[in-house]
Write a protein that binds this ligand. Structure first.
Ligand code: 5AD
Ligand code: SF4
Length: 445
């Protein structure tokens, strides 16, 4: 057999993240780790290592990685070292370099603290593969935080025990694990020191977070939020994504009491028919979900509700889909994500008979998205005339224009201000996906 070809260890990297915000967070942490090794960040066209941080939640997302690998392998500057990270790496492991020879390295979401060693191994000419899910936390092995914009992500919980019948997450990300209280507080403080004014706590099931505070008391996500609320310099807290059954009384109460907890709740219901919810193993029904929303609105009337929906779950009838539309109308969303059901190998729903035809799913998705867009536009229009604070995150397209987020997570275009400023704004106009605001305070030029 020919000896494997060795090559120099790459000096530059580029991370491309797909899918959820947890992947964005993991991408940032991988970048920090490589920077600590002396590697520098570069563009996708000239980096010596390209990391594809993949998503496996739906087939389309998972397949995209293979077309990307082909494109990167043929790029003008010559083929870089190619690493596949994230949930496709976890699910497919060693299959990936067998199917796509250009791939040099495969690293699962629980193993990326081993990246430096894996990169060295790949440079020696061996395919480097690590999809272990060790009991010890990778977070302990990562360098402390180096990078933070005004709005930062912080993963506090990983994995899921819910086993919704359509979902790969319990298999790719494993069982629910909460990061310890002190680790979260230390990381939050480091992010604030590096300029973060808003932190979004992340987890596949973030509201199931549990841990012990400094005094040894058991705390839920509400306790963690209250502790972070006391961090000087941290102005805004958000969390995503949540399961209805982990929405505790204490967390609902926090929405009415903690000022820095932004009025936004991403709480997926997935479908509007009790029969479908049962087949999905969601373990809640429509009525209990609507009651939850009512209770959150009772303590925080202006809260923006977001969610996820799946159309065309196996066996979903026209009438059951109509029930989803009815539930959407009853909730009233500020925004929401909706998807066609995608069968995932290894999940119970993939082998259910009565898979719904593509054309039917397509039609249902169009109708649902039209309704959700209408609701988003209506929600945006309802904020016109209101005064609120906007956290400026980046420059807009035209000169002097800046883009930030309202408390309700809407994008707001304003004139003036600097990245990281939290400015008083009056909302003056609303479009379907963004707002225009007028700054009402004197700000530094
Ligand atoms: N098909 C379609 N959508 C899915 N989701 C999860 N698994 C699937 C699947 N197999 C959606 C759910 C979830 C969101 C992150 O992705 O709505 O809340
Ligand atoms: Fe998947 Fe359901 Fe867990 Fe969400 S709650 S990650 S949809 S299994």
């Amino acid at each position: 057999m020919a000896r494997p070809m060795s090559r120099p260890v790459p000096k530059s990297f580029h991370v491309k993240s797909f899918g959820c915000q947890m992947n964005v967070y993991d991408g940032t942490r991988m970048a920090e780790l490589m920077q600590e090794q002396g590697m520098v960040e570069a563009g996708a066209d000239d980096a010596e290592l390209v990391v594809l941080n993949t998503c496996h939640i739906r087939e389309k997302a998972a397949e995209k990685v293979y077309s990307d690998i082909g494109r990167i392998a043929r790029r003008d500057g010559g083929k870089p070292m190619i690493a596949v990270a994230g949930c496709v790496a976890q699910a497919e492991g060693g299959e990936i370099p067998r199917r796509a020879k250009a791939v040099d390295l495969v690293v699962g979401p629980q193993a990326y603290h081993n990246l430096p060693a894996l990169i060295a191994e790949a440079a020696s000419g061996t395919k480097a593969i690590d999809t272990d899910m060790p009991a010890a936390s990778k977070f302990d092995a990562l360098p402390s935080r180096r990078n933070a914009g005004p709005s930062a992500f912080l993963t506090v919980q990983e994995g899921c025990n819910k086993f919704c019948t359509y979902c790969v997450v319990p298999y790719t990300r494993g069982a629910e694990v909460s990061r310890p209280w002190s680790a979260v507080v230390v990381e939050a403080r480091a992010l604030v020191e590096r300029g973060a004014r808003e932190i979004t706590l992340l987890g596949q099931n973030v509201n199931a977070w549990t841990g012990e505070d400094e005094a040894g008391r058991t705390q839920g996500l509400d306790g963690l939020i209250r502790a972070l609320d006391r961090l000087p310099g941290l102005e805004r807290i958000r969390y995503t994504t949540s399961h209805p059954n982990d929405m505790t009384d204490a967390l609902i109460a926090a929405h009415g009491e903690v000022e820095s907890l932004m009025p936004f709740l991403h709480l997926p219901v997935q479908a509007g028919s009790d029969r479908v919810l049962k087949a999905m193993n969601r373990a809640h029904d429509v009525a209990s979900y609507l009651r939850l929303i009512e209770r959150v609105r009772a303590v925080r009337p202006d809260i923006a509700i977001s969610g996820d929906f799946i159309v065309g779950f196996p066996g979903e009838t026209d009438a059951e889909f109509e029930e989803t539309l009815a539930v959407v109308r009853a909730i009233g969303h500020a925004q929401a994500f909706s998807f066609k059901y995608s069968p995932r190998t290894g999940t119970p729903a993939a082998t259910m008979t009565e898979q719904v035809a593509e054309a039917v799913m397509h039609d249902r998705l169009q109708r649902l998205q039209a309704l959700l867009s209408e609701q988003q536009f209506a929600f945006n229009r309802a904020t016109v005339g209101r005064s609120c604070q906007v956290l400026i995150e980046r420059q807009g397209k035209s000169p002097g224009q800046m883009l930030g987020k309202s408390p309700w997570l809407q994008s707001v275009l304003i004139d003036g201000g600097r990245i990281g400023d939290l400015v008083d704004v009056e909302i003056v106009a609303a479009g379907p996906v963004s707002l225009n605001g007028r700054v009402t305070e004197r700000i530094a030029a």
